[in-house]
Design a protein around this ligand. Structure first.
Ligand code: HEC
Ligand code: HEC
Ligand code: HEC
Ligand code: HEC
Ligand code: HEC
Length: 213
């Protein structure tokens, strides 16, 4: 009488079951650590905009300074999104017939705001202020990434409390000289952070009421 043997595929099946059972905890840990944290969910958030305005073109190729448009970033809490009139400084001449710029021309003609969708957006119970950070001096790219390479802006950092705190506890590596505020791809020189820290008397608060008031 022939001995019953399992077909070969059951061996493969057993290997897979082993892998799943033994591998599950590792997989779960990996998922929690890299997959489902607030960090990973939010980084890369990239909403559609009413006009396909490209930072890669304007700030990258054309080399426009961030402050040409985000003009209040050094003196106010908010960085300011430019009104249509700022775009029309050029677009009454350049690409003035472009369909892509229809919403800009309409907003300009009617003196209405353009309805851009927010990208970087903290919950209402968190207080943030640009001027404090920009004057410290922390570059735009430290918190917003390589905007000069973004055709469409996306959220580059997690913006979680831990992210804020990590820098508040140790700001030095993130400080650069004032001239480099809007420079992209900048590497501070040796000792630059420490020097800026001392010169600007930088001392970020870590008590709760700093950010929750
Ligand atoms: C010609 C004007 C212009 C210039 C120059 C410019 N921006 Fe913008 N920026 C805009 C407009 C318009 C928006 C809103 C539409 C969008 O998100 O693309 C915007 C959006 C942003 C946002 C997202 C805002 C949000 O909703 O969270 C960031 C961050 C930003 N810009 C950073 C920069 C940085 C950094 C630079 C310099 C490297 C720069 N911008 C240069 C016009 C400009
Ligand atoms: C320390 C981190 C940090 C730095 C440095 C920084 N930003 Fe921001 N930025 C943020 C955060 C956080 C928000 C969201 C604020 C909110 O939701 O209230 C934001 C929002 C914005 C917005 C949307 C409008 C607004 O003010 O809410 C623009 C535009 C912007 N930043 C541009 C810039 C530019 C340009 C620079 C450099 C000159 C810069 N940021 C430097 C963290 C930073
Ligand atoms: C300093 C001048 C200048 C300013 C200010 C400016 N742009 Fe432009 N923009 C240009 C140039 C130059 C081009 C490229 C034209 C080309 O491709 O020949 C361009 C191209 C564009 C295009 C592509 C148009 C097409 O049909 O290909 C859009 C959309 C656009 N800009 C939106 C904006 C918006 C929105 C603003 C304001 C937030 C703005 N621009 C501010 C100079 C400017
Ligand atoms: C890359 C570093 C860095 C990051 C990231 C950062 N901060 Fe700060 N923050 C600083 C520094 C440096 C100062 C102190 C400036 C000084 O001492 O003059 C500061 C100061 C502040 C202040 C005090 C402003 C005032 O005028 O009282 C607030 C509020 C604040 N940060 C909120 C936040 C929040 C909220 C986040 C996260 C969404 C954040 N910061 C992320 C570096 C950072
Ligand atoms: C440097 C700024 C900063 C400081 C200081 C700070 N927080 Fe926060 N906190 C934040 C930000 C940003 C968020 C929003 C996090 C998010 O959206 O994921 C937050 C969220 C929270 C939340 C909501 C729950 C959560 O985790 O999302 C609680 C509760 C909270 N903070 C408590 C505190 C307490 C207590 C302290 C003092 C020990 C403190 N925070 C100090 C920036 C700060």
């Amino acid at each position: 009488m022939p001995r019953f043997t399992f077909p070969e595929w059951t061996e493969t099946l057993k290997k897979w079951i082993n892998l799943l059972v033994l591998g599950a905890p590792v997989y779960l840990v990996a998922l929690v650590a890299y997959g489902v944290t607030p960090e990973a969910i939010r980084i890369g958030y990239q909403p559609d905009q009413p006009v396909p305005y490209s930072h890669a073109l304007h700030a990258g190729e054309l080399g426009m300074d961030c402050r040409y448009c985000h003009s209040t970033v050094e003196r106010a809490g908010k960085a300011a999104i430019p009104p249509a009139s700022v775009c029309m400084n050029c677009h009454t001449q350049v690409k003035k017939e472009s369909d892509l710029l229809l919403p800009i021309r309409a907003a300009y003609a009617e003196d209405q705001p353009v309805h851009w969708t927010r990208v970087t957006d903290l919950p209402d119970y968190v207080y943030f202020n640009h001027s404090a950070h920009v004057n410290a001096t922390i570059g735009c790219e430290t918190c917003h990434g390589r905007v000069d390479q973004m055709v469409k802006v996306f959220q580059a950092k997690s913006l979680t409390m831990t992210w804020c705190m990590d820098c508040h506890r140790n700001p030095e590596p993130n400080l650069r000289k004032a001239e480099a505020l809007t420079v992209m791809g900048y590497q501070p020189g040796a000792g630059e952070g420490a020097a800026v820290m001392k010169a600007n008397n930088v001392n970020p608060p870590t008590n709760c009421s700093t950010c929750h008031r």
